[in-house]
Design a protein around this ligand. Structure first.
Ligand code: SAM
Length: 231
């Protein structure tokens, strides 16, 4: 893919700064949001090998170890996030089963079809350029084994009024795509658009609203399955 990282230079710098500052965490400790713990329990039921795209420093991926995930690969564009994730995995003796790769969608090419039984994509699909977002969903369909599970977390869909209130200085780039002042993109994905993107191979089993603190916007969490081709 030509020039994947170029449009994300500001994104990577933003997250490098953020992850440089965040303290390391203990993956033995629950995430603090019961619905997320339950979702990881669902994901880990059959001891899958899991990909976490946009994994940050691996808070969710490394936590999934306690819910049965046997092997994990985290991919993230931020070198600081990946370095921190590697350190934490090492500190907790998880580095033989959990690896971190710096990069993005091009890095997924090295994995063969159906390699993962589980995929996590939390708060990154809607920060990609729509063409890349669509490509990431295509890669998810390819990489997930038949019957595999996909956990997707998205920001809330915003009305034009909510966009002007919540992202006052953002610049509209194209239909439903905004460039925030921070340099991050916001692709405003409706639930209908999401269903179109994932169909027909991927189907939503459940949708939950996630509260992440008093002042944080509620997120949408989707529990998605790849249709079992044998049925
Ligand atoms: C909001 S954070 C979420 C981190 C993690 N998924 C979590 O829920 O704790 C978004 C993450 O996506 C990564 N990211 C953003 N754009 C990316 C891209 N184009 N390719 C790969 N990773 C990206 C960022 O570096 C950051 O770590």
């Amino acid at each position: 893919m030509e020039d994947y990282t170029n449009p994300y230079k500001k994104t990577a710098a933003f997250w490098d700064q953020a992850f440089y500052r965040v303290p390391e965490f203990d993956p033995e400790k629950p995430l603090g949001v019961l619905e997320l713990e339950k979702a990881l329990q669902w994901l880990g039921e059959e001891n899958p090998r899991v990909l976490d795209f946009g994994c940050g420093h691996g808070k969710v991926l490394l936590r999934s170890n306690n819910h049965g995930v046997r092997e994990g690969v985290g991919v993230d564009i931020s070198k600081e996030a990946v370095a921190k994730g590697k350190n934490i995995a090492e500190s907790f003796d998880l580095n033989n089963r959990f690896e971190f790769i710096q990069g993005g969608i091009p890095e997924l090419k090295k994995f063969k079809d159906g390699y993962f039984q589980g995929i996590i994509i939390f708060n990154v699909l809607d920060n990609l350029l729509p063409d890349h977002g669509e490509l990431l969903i295509e890669e998810t369909k390819r990489l997930l084994s038949s019957g595999g599970k996909f956990l997707l977390k998205l920001n809330p869909f915003m009305s034009p009024q909510e966009i002007s209130e919540n992202l006052p200085n953002s610049v509209p780039l194209e239909n439903n795509l905004f460039l925030e002042q921070s340099g991050l993109y916001f692709w405003n994905i409706s639930s209908e658009k999401l269903k179109d993107l994932i169909a027909p191979e991927l189907q939503i089993e459940a949708e939950k609203e996630i509260e992440q603190g008093e002042n944080a916007p509620k997120n949408r969490l989707y529990l998605i399955k790849k249709m079992d081709e044998r049925i």
